[in-house]
Write a protein that binds this ligand. Structure first.
Ligand code: CMC
Length: 428
């Protein structure tokens, strides 16, 4: 039996169809609200209650702390698969067969070169430019070097565009890092796999060969799996909405990178370490910062705590917390920032303010710690997050285009001045 949602206003009754998702999520379809009511719209700043699309990619239940990609539990994927396998799954819908995975990996390898003229663009940036700014600009610049739009319904064209994107973004990311350090730009090497290449491009010096450390490679692989997709978050919604105008994949992803940069989204992992460093520089008084976070007159928030959808725990944080503990043990690190992180976590988890508001450490609290342990500089944290989120952005862009979604164009409630007469400047 099909269900309906009823809305009554000023004595009129309006009925709207209800759609049920595969996990029994309920959505009232208000497509016809404005038309049938003579102009009524919904108001939902921050889209806290608004479904922008139907999607078959990621399921998350914030109350129960569930996160699944294409039906597979994140815990299962993190324990048993590689980032490239997960990327394939998220983008194409199924785990790849051996041959499919090999082809995916090899095609990506065949696209890892960048046009040398990209270096001219990079030269124009100041040495201390933030790597997220460079990543977003150079990703946008890829459109200039690949001007032909992709036919989304042509499987092979789409496949090549996807592999190109997966191949080139990590190279740009490493160039952004090298620019900051004044180092020569590295390229991927076909002897290395995807994750090894990310690391070797970041860390190789021209005068020595990069040595693989499996502990570090595994930690990064896991971290990127956890970041692969997170349904309609700020950057993903940005990618979808930019792509809904039929802007290309690179342009849409470049916009996603910019959205990810903000400290309330992907920039939080950098903000976490900066906050911990500030606490140390200020004498290491964790309780003082807890009090600041609770003080409504103080704009300070504990970075890495709280989440828009996870109101019990962030399942990614659970996996990554044990990965962080293992890694720190394996690398035998003694870092004051990590000690303050542990102290802060303990105090916050036992403080009524945080417990009542269900503010738990989120994925960024621990990812910052892992990146730091891996030797990745703070300004590069969000860039690493972007590399992890790339398959999710690609998958969501592709799904949006294949579903022929209309251009994204929200409405607004106008609260400005009513019509008034223009006054010449001398009469104002
Ligand atoms: N420190 C102190 N108080 C907080 C914090 C925090 N980190 N987060 C939320 N609160 C309080 C907030 O002041 C409010 O209190 P009250 O009810 O007394 O007014 C209550 O908790 C609810 O907060 P909210 O702002 O309504 O929650 P939200 O869902 O709009 O915001 C958030 C979610 C992630 C933006 C927010 O928790 C935050 O700013 N956290 C710090 C930044 C951070 O770690 N971001 C990374 C998110 S995970 C990565 C990702 O998936 O993008």
């Amino acid at each position: 039996m099909s269900e309906i949602g009823v809305f009554e206003f000023r004595g009129e009754r309006y009925e709207f169809p209800v759609e049920i998702g595969s996990e029994n999520e309920i959505a009232i379809d208000i497509k016809k609200l404005r038309g049938s009511t003579g102009g009524i719209i919904t108001l939902d700043s921050g889209f806290k209650n608004t479904g922008s699309c139907k999607s078959a990619i990621t399921f998350l239940d914030g109350e129960k702390g569930i996160l699944r990609y294409r039906g597979y539990g994140l815990e299962d994927l993190a324990a048993n698969s590689s980032f490239l396998e997960v990327a394939y799954l998220v983008i194409f819908g199924e785990l790849p067969k051996k041959m499919e995975l090999e082809r995916f990996e090899n095609t990506i390898k065949s696209h890892t070169m960048l046009n040398e003229e990209m270096k001219d663009i990079l030269d124009g940036f100041p040495k201390n430019a933030h790597p997220m700014g460079i990543l977003s600009s150079l990703t946008g610049a890829l459109t200039a070097f690949n001007p032909h739009s992709v036919d989304v319904n042509d499987e092979e064209q789409m496949y090549q565009a996807i592999c190109k994107t997966m191949a080139k973004i990590p190279v740009i990311a490493s160039w952004a890092h090298s620019k900051n350090l004044g180092k020569p730009m590295n390229y991927a090497h076909n002897d290395f796999d995807y994750i090894e290449n990310i690391l070797q491009m970041l860390f190789t010096k021209r005068n020595e060969r990069y040595k693989i450390n499996p502990i570090i490679t595994n930690a990064l692989d896991q971290l990127l799996i956890l970041h692969t997709d997170h349904e309609q978050n700020c950057s993903t919604s940005t990618v979808r909405i930019v792509g809904s105008s039929h802007a290309g994949l690179f342009a849409s992803i470049s916009a996603g990178v910019s959205a990810l940069w903000g400290p309330l989204h992907g920039g939080a992992n950098q903000a976490v370490i900066e906050m911990l460093e500030n606490i140390i520089a200020d004498g290491g008084d964790v309780e003082k910062y807890i009090a600041k976070a609770k003080d409504k007159k103080d704009s300070f928030r504990l970075m890495g705590f709280g989440h828009r959808v996870y109101k019990n725990f962030d399942p990614r944080a659970r996996i990554i917390k044990s990965a962080a503990d293992e890694l720190l043990q394996d690398l035998d690190m003694d870092d004051p920032v990590l000690a303050v992180a542990k102290h802060l976590e303990e105090v916050a988890l036992n403080d009524a303010y945080f417990v009542e508001r269900k503010l738990y450490p989120n994925v960024d609290f621990y990812s910052g710690i892992i990146y730091r342990a891996l030797g990745i500089p703070t300004e590069m944290f969000t860039v690493m997050f972007a590399i992890g989120r790339l398959p999710g952005w690609i998958a969501q862009w592709r799904e949006m285009r294949l579903n022929n979604e209309p251009i994204g164009r929200p409405r607004q409630l106008y609260i400005g001045e009513n019509q008034r007469e223009f006054k010449p400047v001398e009469k104002r």
